[in-house]
Design a protein around this ligand. Structure first.
Ligand code: SF4
Length: 318
């Protein structure tokens, strides 16, 4: 298999930990200021009531039990592997700092835990919360922070409830404390063209961001986007357009930014459109093939040579 021409999470983990690290998705039963009435009750236009989560908190399962159950699936199957707990659903630093402290305590002493990734919004952070994260006893802490677009007009259109400057402020403050930030962005947002998305990538490049997740816009059941799509006022990118935007974004991205995700992961029961969004592995393979055939790589459009991680991949898979 040819080495990846982008910096995948598997290679990052191998470089940092010298072993395989797997993520375990967790649900802390958090809320979101864009849903609980703090900012609004409607949420971002693409988000449904699940907030991209597993819903496990509603079963009463604690974070530590969720982690142990996730780890159990690999016991005996994955040698030399540790885990990163990913607290994914909704905005997990929303609410008082004491809640965050309590959440982190649930991970005390859990076996094979390398660290945590915590999904949240930039406007749900403050200095006290960053200090809690900075001093937490984990080898690695990531903040998964939603940006979606660098354009405030788009953020208004999708009802984010914060602007790009807010994202920049809290990325800088997190990085000052050594907390890694993974920026979430979306291709094909309403009203955006490729040049707009390139500017979003340039914005991410300009900040001390350590990772990125690039999602393709899809329409989920029971969202404002579903209404727009059914009424014919929303246009979605085709698979080919989405692929072209993604490949262009990769070539424009700083090579040391770890690409943690290159497409969305909709469930079959929630996806309204486009149907091609379900072909996840095929889409990623097409990205790899496209970069290979064009002899291109992450950062090439910035005039940068093939990065060091390219030759370190060995038999890694993304
Ligand atoms: S901030 Fe996240 S959880 Fe909240 S409404 Fe938007 S996408 Fe959903």
């Amino acid at each position: 298999m040819s080495p990846n021409r982008f910096y995948p999470l598997s290679v990052y983990f191998q470089r940092c930990f010298g072993q395989r690290i797997r993520k375990i998705p967790l649900d802390a039963g958090s809320s979101c200021p864009n849903r609980d009435g703090t900012l609004s009750r409607s949420g971002c236009t693409f988000c449904n009531q699940m907030g991209s989560g597993t819903g496990l908190a509603r079963t009463g399962m604690s974070l530590s039990r969720q982690y142990l159950a996730g780890r159990q699936r690999f016991v005996g199957r994955a040698e030399n592997t540790r885990f990163l707990g990913y607290i994914q659903s909704f905005s997990n630093t929303h609410g008082p700092a004491a809640r965050l402290r309590e959440l982190l305590r649930e991970f005390d002493g859990l076996p094979d835990l390398a660290g945590l990734a915590i999904g949240t919004r930039p406007d749900c952070l403050d200095e006290e919360k960053l200090k809690i994260l900075q001093t937490a006893p984990f080898e690695e802490i990531w903040l998964d922070l939603g940006l979606q677009s660098a354009h405030d007009r788009t953020l208004e259109l999708i009802h984010r409830g914060h602007d790009a400057a807010c994202f920049a402020t809290w990325v800088n403050k997190a990085a000052e404390r050594g907390i890694k930030v993974c920026a979430h962005v979306i291709t094909g947002l309403p009203g955006e063209n490729l040049a707009d998305f390139e500017q979003t990538i340039a914005f991410v490049n300009s900040l001390p961001v350590a990772g990125i997740k690039i999602h393709n816009l899809y329409v989920c059941l029971d969202t404002a986007l579903e209404h727009a799509w059914r009424s014919g006022t929303l246009e979605l990118l085709s698979r080919e357009e989405s692929l072209a935007w993604l490949v262009r974004a990769i070539t424009l991205l700083r090579p040391e930014i770890v690409i943690q995700r290159m497409n969305s992961d909709p469930g079959t029961d929630e996806l309204v459109a486009p149907k091609w969004a379900l072909e996840k592995a095929g889409f990623i393979n097409a990205v790899k093939q496209n970069l290979l055939e064009a002899d291109s790589w992450q950062g090439k459009a910035l005039g940068l040579p093939l990065p060091a991680w390219f030759n370190l991949q060995g038999r890694q898979h993304s």
